[in-house]
Design a protein around this ligand. Sequence first.
Ligand code: FES
Length: 136
Amino acid sequence: MHQVGLMSLENDNPWVEVADEAQLEDNKIKLVRVKDVKIGIVKRHGRIFAFSAMCTHARIFLAPGRLGADGLIECPMHGAKFSPEDGAVRCAPATEPLLVYDAKILSGKIVVNCEGRLQAQSKEAVASAWAKWTTQ
Ligand code: FES
């Protein structure tokens, strides 16, 4: 995994407050904006996840929306699925993982580290996602 410098913030602190925790319902993906970058945030089982709000397949918004019953982010356009934890593709047709961001709750506020992480995904994992998708 490597860091991707997404934006430069005035005070060099990559952590940015994006929402009140009270605004988040479990499994409901909220769209937030940091400067001109759109990020999806979601709470599930007490954990907060943040990820690029844009599907890597054809640039459709993944937020607002809901996590599926399987806990995955599902694109409303063609049904690609991504892990909210590391952005990995779990179901084709997307082949590129989502950029994800570290996120946490601080005094009732959701804060996101704007230096995103991009998970290197193996060819085998992408092939497996395709195989599942094409046999559905
Ligand atoms: S745009 Fe998301 S799966 Fe095609």
